[in-house]
Design a protein around this ligand. Structure first.
Ligand code: SF4
Ligand code: SF4
Length: 83
């Protein structure tokens, strides 16, 4: 079951190590648009998904992804499914 991810500094620090180097993150300037990162907790980027070029997703390697038994990935584009 998908669990809610807490929007904490601890999770943000983990996220930076995975969303940060993600090939979709920097080229689309997602760091400059709210909520900047931790999309699995905060929801999708305010940049419309149609304007984000998908170059892959690092979420699948992220400890937060596994701890909260997330599915799907690409939360910057699509938020968490099933909410
Ligand atoms: S949510 Fe996934 S696709 Fe989006 S920036 Fe983070 S790792 Fe990349
Ligand atoms: S699962 Fe993705 S959005 Fe969530 S903390 Fe990890 S890298 Fe960031």
């Amino acid at each position: 079951m998908v669990q809610e991810v807490p929007d904490t500094q601890e999770n943000m620090e983990i996220c930076k190590k995975f969303c940060g180097p993600c090939p979709t993150f920097k080229p689309n300037d997602l760091n400059t648009v709210k909520p900047h990162a931790l999309f699995c907790a905060r929801g999708a980027s305010e940049k419309p998904a149609a304007e984000i070029e998908d170059r892959g997703c690092n979420c699948f390697a992220c400890p937060v992804f596994h701890k909260y038994e997330l599915k799907g990935g690409w939360y910057c584009m699509h938020s968490i499914e099933g909410r």
